[in-house]
Design a protein around this ligand. Structure first.
Ligand code: 0O2
Length: 224
């Protein structure tokens, strides 16, 4: 007789996780949630476009290189609620997670990041809820980016509501590192993660140093 390990508990666990994720997905598909998120992202996209054009005419160069947006997936909501030791329910997630709607702004130089941040904070209709400067103080992993959690007012069903959005602002070099690290290591159970993480941290320091060198070079050229 072949001995087969009893995986039934494990399979039950997986089934439960799938069920809870499906529940979140069903909740998300109700009440025009996606449409409302697109509305918020649309409002911010226009604002960021205007900021980009103002900076372009001020400095006579392209400042914002790329803007991307995403709505957090049911899988990611489930995982984050679990990580925070919260019940993985969508109604609770809406009050506890700041990044259900996310926008990422990528620019070339570090000082551009801070200028964009300043201009976003000056927008009279947006409210700053939280600021996290992982450029001044990178995360343990080496992750660098500046995060603003902002309240965006929108009119839904003739009622004003404030939607929370996470805006990530970073340089192209920081973005390169973070996208790679996300794919290779972040939230993954990788064998030898310590060693890989250490190496990635070193590359993050190299990237920070390269960003500083590029800024110095640009300032030298500007002064000619
Ligand atoms: P995903 O899949 O990108 O959505 P908080 O509630 O503010 O205390 P939170 O939201 O975990 O806690 O804040 P934090 O640490 O600022 O992380 C916010 C987001 O930044 C993450 O969202 C990632 O997108 C990104 N991030 C944070 N740390 C790292 C890192 O070490 N590497 C990479 N590549 N990205 C990171 P999510 O929900 O974790 O992930």
């Amino acid at each position: 007789m072949t001995y087969l390990p009893d995986n039934s508990n494990c399979r039950n666990g997986e089934r439960n996780i799938k069920k809870e994720i499906e529940k979140i997905r069903n909740e998300i598909n109700k009440d025009q949630y996606y449409l409302h998120c697109q509305y918020v992202m649309g409002v911010l996209a226009v604002k960021v476009k205007i900021i980009g054009e103002q900076l372009e005419s001020k400095y006579n160069r392209e400042v914002i290189q790329n803007v991307s947006q995403r709505i957090k997936t049911p899988e990611s909501i489930y995982a984050k609620m679990k990580r925070k030791n919260l019940k993985p329910e969508f109604t609770l997630a809406k009050t506890k997670l700041n990044d259900l709607i996310g926008i990422r702004i990528v620019c070339l130089f570090v000082d551009d990041v801070y200028e964009i941040v300043k201009m976003l904070k000056e927008q009279k209709d947006l409210t700053l809820i939280k600021e996290k400067d992982y450029i001044a103080k990178p995360k343990k992993s080496g992750y660098m980016s500046l995060h603003l959690i902002m309240g965006v007012p929108v009119c839904i069903d003739n009622k004003m509501e404030t939607k929370t959005v996470e805006i990530q602002i970073r340089t192209t070099a920081m973005d390169f590192w973070s996208v790679l690290e996300y794919q290779l290591l972040y939230k993954k159970n990788v064998k030898g993660a310590d060693k890989i993480g250490k190496e990635l941290k070193e590359y993050s320091e190299e990237i920070a140093s390269l960003d500083r060198k590029m800024l110095k070079l640009r300032n030298r050229i500007d002064a000619i």
